[in-house]
Ligand binder design. Structure first.
Ligand SMILES: *Cc1c(COP(=O)(O)O)cnc(C)c1O
Length: 404
């Protein structure tokens, strides 16, 4: 996205002109940004040559997944629905890992039948269930065991996953016990050690600590792992602080581990691949002036994009046409939904706005459309993909009559 003569362009297309063709609000993705992100991710870890399994929960649009597949990535899924979607996108089962604390028997059965690369188990009970199913099927199942390394990734509390009080993975003691128990099993093959310590991580230090914990556990377990799945969580720049994750330091610490143990590394990035590839294009319905504030009432709301309401996260909102008439009043950007948390952003100064002006809420590609709902009986928004000067609807706006 960039401005040219005060007009916002997404690749070669004028953002305002898209809003004339497609009903707002809608998600608008950039193909070339996605391509760049994938290539950068590969470059950042090129010495490790990892298997990159895109986290489908961050964005499950079929068309997006097909692009991701085309660039050679696999998938990290957390439900049967996501597994079906990944397979439908043509992603090979031997590039799919299945994570999640509460996989049902049905989901485990299905995953085994589809011969996916790894079922990443998160508890002793789950491994026992996988074992029972494997015995019934007379199969040896490849599993990963998720370690809870007790590391605070110092990210938002609501998206931290690697501390002892979080529900994910098993602590070291239980990890080692499970490894011993299934050491010579003919039905369970624990081929992978997996971790995932949280999301939107911008500080490399928790990752380095995580690598040290992993090395320690490998030594103690004396198990030969074929894979180490390091999860995702790499943070992106939402444009509000200039912090950037130091990929070099993270990558070198993994390289050191690779020299000692010949394993295949797996990553499960979501946000760092798709987060900054999209914006949500929205229009101003009303400008409601009160004594100290202007409420900018948008046609998009928390049902279209829930991150601000759910996590208190901040996303830049930029005009599709700049006018340079700065207003001194505070601007509260809100949606029409009957909830006080249906607010995107509060800004001290903003340009003058009026009805029908078009705005872009930035960096909504990850945990955007996947969290959309029909709250207040609003149809979910469309998704559009821009590639150079072409525009493609990759998911239609929900039809209101069908919902009714
Ligand atoms: C959510 C999740 C990811 C992806 O996290 P990002 O922060 O989007 O990279 C990866 N692995 C697991 C197990 C997850 O739950």
């Amino acid at each position: 996205m960039r401005y040219n003569k005060h007009r916002l362009f997404i690749e070669k297309v004028n953002a305002q002109s898209i809003a004339k063709k497609v009903d707002t609000p809608f998600y608008c993705y950039s193909f070339n940004k996605l391509k760049t992100n994938i290539n950068n991710f590969k470059k950042n870890f090129n010495k490790i040559d990892p298997l990159i399994c895109f986290s489908v929960k961050s964005n499950n649009n079929l068309y997006i997944l097909r692009i991701i597949k085309k660039f050679g990535l696999g998938a990290d899924v957390v439900s049967k629905g996501e597994l079906l979607r990944a397979l439908k996108a043509g992603i090979s089962p031997n590039k799919i890992v299945f994570s999640g604390v509460g996989k049902t028997k049905e989901e485990i059965n299905f995953a085994i039948d589809k011969k996916i690369l790894l079922i990443n188990a998160e508890s002793e009970d789950e491994i026992n269930v996988i074992n029972k199913i494997a015995i019934k099927k007379k199969k040896k199942v490849n599993v990963g065991l998720r370690l809870n390394p007790n590391i605070d990734a110092k990210t938002l509390k609501k998206i931290s996953t690697g501390r002892n009080e979080d529900k994910f993975g098993v602590p070291e003691k239980i990890f080692l016990k499970i490894i011993r128990k299934f050491n010579s099993s003919s039905t369970i093959n624990i081929r992978c050690l997996s971790v995932h310590i949280g999301s939107q991580i911008l500080d490399h230090k928790p990752y380095l600590r995580m690598i040290r914990v992993i090395e320690n556990i490998i030594k103690k377990s004396k198990n030969k792992f074929d894979y180490i799945d390091l999860g995702g969580g790499m943070g992106i720049d939402y444009g509000l602080n200039s912090k950037k994750l130091n990929y070099k330091k993270y990558s070198s610490s993994i390289e050191r581990l690779l020299k000692k143990y010949k394993v295949k590394f797996i990553f499960e990035p979501g946000r760092s691949i798709i987060g900054d590839t999209a914006c949500l294009i929205t229009k101003v319905i009303y400008v409601k002036s009160s004594t100290k504030k202007n409420f900018i009432i948008l046609d998009s709301a928390m049902n279209d994009f829930m991150r601000p309401a759910l996590y208190g996260s901040l996303h830049r909102i930029i005009p599709t046409v700049k006018n340079n008439k700065i207003l001194k009043k505070i601007h509260d950007f809100v949606g029409p939904i009957c909830e006080t948390t249906d607010r995107f952003l509060t800004l001290k100064k903003y340009q003058q706005l009026k009805e029908n002006d078009t705005l872009a809420i930035c960096d909504v590609g990850a945990y955007g459309i996947v969290l959309a709902s029909n709250y207040n009986l609003r149809p979910k928004p469309a998704e559009v993909l821009i590639n150079n000067s072409s525009l493609k609807i990759i998911s239609k706006r929900e039809n209101i009559n069908k919902i009714i």
